[in-house]
Structures are given as C-alpha cells and as structure tokens.
Design a protein around this ligand. Structure first.
Ligand code: KIV
Ligand code: ZN
Length: 387
C-alpha cells in the first residue's frame, strides 16, 4: 500500500442522517450502503447503535450484508455505548468502533463539566474498552479544531499508547482556516510518538464553507483518511462532501494522492441519497448540482461549443453525467442557438440564424429559459413566413 493512499470514510448514514428530515429506515440504509460499497469507499460509518433500536438494527444489517468496506459504529466514551456498538458490529467482516470525547475548553468546561486530566482518563479507558471487542478502534477528539495543539497532542499520545488505530481530528464547528487545520495535523505528526503506525483522519464541518479546503490541507499535512458525506450533508451546514474531495484529488493529480472511488458513480449515488433522504441538492453544488455542467451565458456557450475544456475542468462523463448542457436564456448568443437548433434537426443559415435570434430574444426576455419546444416554434414560424 502506498503512503499516498487516501482512505475515504463515508459518514452519510451517521453524520448525514442526523440532519432533521433525513431519517432513513433500515432498508434504505442498506440500499445506500450497497451503493457506497460499489462506489469504493473504504469505511462506512453505518450509525450510532446506542442512539435508537432502529439505528442498532441498521448497523447490524449493514454489518451482515456489506463485506468489502470496514463497517464502523459510533459511540461516546461511555461503556454501554461501546458495548452496544460492538454488539451491532458483531457480524461485520471488518468492524471498527469509533469512540471519543470533547477536548476543547468549551467542551471540557461547559459540556462535560470536568477537567482536562479527567478527559484524558476517559479517552484512554474508552479506547482500552473498545479494544477488548475489536482490533480496529478509531478515536475522535471532538472539537479538535478549537482545542489547543499542545493539549490535543497529549490526548492523542495517550490514546495512541492505549491502542487506537485511527485518530480523528474533527473540526466539529467548522471553525478552522485551512492553513491552521493543516498545521494542527502537522503538529500532531511531529509531536506524538508512534503516530506513524496509525492513520490520522480529517472530519471537517462546513460552517464557513471551508470543509473541503480543510480536508485537503489535512491530507497535504499528513492525514490519510477523509471523513465525508454524499452531497456534503451533515449537522448544520454539513460535512466535507465526498464528491468534492475526490474530484479535487483527481483534478490535482500532481499532489500524488489516490483513492478507490469509481467517480462514474458519483452522480447516481448523489441522486439516490437526495431522493431517499428527501433532501434536494442545490443546483450550483460542485460536481453533482444540476448546473455543475450547464452553460448559460453567450460567452461561455461559444467557448464550450468550440472546445468543452474552455469552461469545464471535469469531463461530465467522468462523474456519471451524460453531457454538458447548453441552456438557452436571454444571455445566450447565436452560437448556442445554432447549436441547439442543430440538435433538434435544423441547420440554420446565417440569415436564418439572425432572424431566429431576434425572435428568440423576445421570448427569452419574457421567460427564464427557452426550451426546445419554444425554439421549434420560433423556427417553424419564421420558416413558414420569410426565411
Ligand atoms: O463532528 C464531530 O466531531 C463528530 C464526531 C462525533 C466524530 O461528528
Ligand atoms: Zn461531525
């Protein structure tokens, strides 16, 4: 295995499913888990088994039926959570328990109402207890993004010594700047003994729209796992979006990172998750939004028609989109009209195009978009009269 393999840890079914209104039943979770397996994710965080009998059942079913990825269950640093996670995971071929505790001053003082030293004790006890059930134990330092690096390194050192195999450094509140987050990962790599035998993981929230940038800075500074969700869904403003981090790594191959994802399945799985969760994807969402490969201004359309790469850095086929779209609006030019007219069977002469364009602008100023039917109508009328 090369040092630059980036493990993709999908938490659509856990952090993503926490979103109000996104609740899934076990069958739907299993259906999405099967597609995540086909997509090639390395880890599926299937749920938080102690949270409800339904979530327990979903984790148990996914553990039984999904064989290739690691199946992970979340827990707090609490014995009954960890034991329940272990039970839910017992049929998994490759089980992982994900346990952890808040480490920022805000979490230690106000949420946990305890001390930093007690947090370290609880973290160590949780990892040791989880190790009594499974070999693969991931530890999360909740709100690591706002935890000072020196204390964070002490927590991480203690859990590495207790046997944690993966170390999750969440920017729980989406607070960090990319260079700060990258420096945090680099600090841990430099200051924790034995960290090279573990995998450092990013888990970034998107409160400031920086989740993808932070995850990429994380791997550039030594993290080797990215936690993310399909369509970037997750608490509040969401998590790092899987499709974005994967395509950043593909588009910037010089960074040398690689992963197992079959990118042609990105759009189909985006639609499946959106449909099953009843959570629409914003049209301008990178990679999977309906406008991600749509061109509507005349200048752009002219460029794309001449050569797609003038305004597209990704080939839509690579992410499972059939083709780019030339959308006709009042901002479109003659090149786009000639192109769309040709698609519906009309090869317009220059004179015809000028006339169609004039009529087209009248219609386009009245409505948001001009469809094929409108265009056929305009051409038909003009052909019938003077053209
Ligand atoms: O954002 C976060 O800190 C989390 C942890 C539970 C991993 O989701
Ligand atoms: Zn989270």
């Amino acid at each position: 295995m090369s040092d630059n393999k980036i493990f993709i840890f999908d938490t659509t079914l856990r952090d993503g499913e926490q979103v109000p209104g996104c609740k899934l039943n076990t069958q739907q979770k299993l259906e999405i888990a099967r597609e995540l397996e086909r997509l090639g994710v390395d880890v599926i965080e299937a749920g938080f088994p102690i949270s409800s009998p339904g979530d327990f059942e979903a984790v148990a079913q996914i553990s039984t039926h999904i064989k290739n990825p690691i199946i992970c269950g979340l827990s707090r640093a609490v014995e009954k959570d960890i034991k329940t996670a272990a039970e839910a995971l017992k049929t998994a071929r490759r089980p992982r328990i994900h346990t952890g505790i808040g480490t920022s001053d805000s979490h230690v003082k106000f949420k946990l109402k305890t001390t930093r030293e007690k947090v370290i004790e609880r973290a160590v006890a949780a990892v040791k207890y989880a190790k009594s059930f499974v070999e693969d134990v991931e530890f999360y330092a909740e709100d690591a993004g706002r935890t000072d690096n020196e204390y964070l390194a002490r927590v991480i050192q203690a859990v590495v010594d207790a046997g944690a195999t993966v170390l999750n450094i969440p920017d729980t509140t989406g607070y960090c700047l990319p260079d700060e987050y990258g420096a945090k990962i680099a600090y841990l790599k430099a200051n924790v003994n034995g960290i090279d035998k573990t995998i450092l993981s990013t888990h970034c929230h998107n409160d400031l729209g920086l989740a993808t940038a932070n995850s990429i800075f994380g791997v550039r500074h030594g993290a080797r796992q990215i936690e993310c969700t399909i369509n970037g869904i997750g608490e509040r403003a969401g998590n790092t979006s899987l499709e974005e981090v994967v395509m950043v790594m593909r588009q910037h191959a010089h960074l040398g990172f690689h992963d197992n994802i079959n990118t042609k399945l990105l759009n189909p799985i985006s639609q499946l998750v959106s449909d099953r969760m009843g959570m629409p994807v914003q049209p301008n969402k990178a990679i999977v939004g309906t406008n991600a490969f749509a061109h509507s201004s005349g200048i752009h359309q002219d460029g794309v028609i001449k050569k797609r790469e003038t305004y597209e850095i990704i080939n839509p086929l690579d992410v499972g989109v059939d083709q780019s779209k030339i959308v006709l609006t009042a901002r479109s030019g003659r090149a786009a009209i000639a192109y769309r007219a040709k698609n519906i069977g009309y090869n317009l002469t220059k004179l015809e195009l000028d006339k169609v364009y004039e009529q087209f602008l009248q219609v386009a100023d009245r409505q948001k978009e001009v469809g094929d039917d409108d265009l056929t109508d305009i051409i038909g009328k003009l052909k019938g009269v003077a053209v």
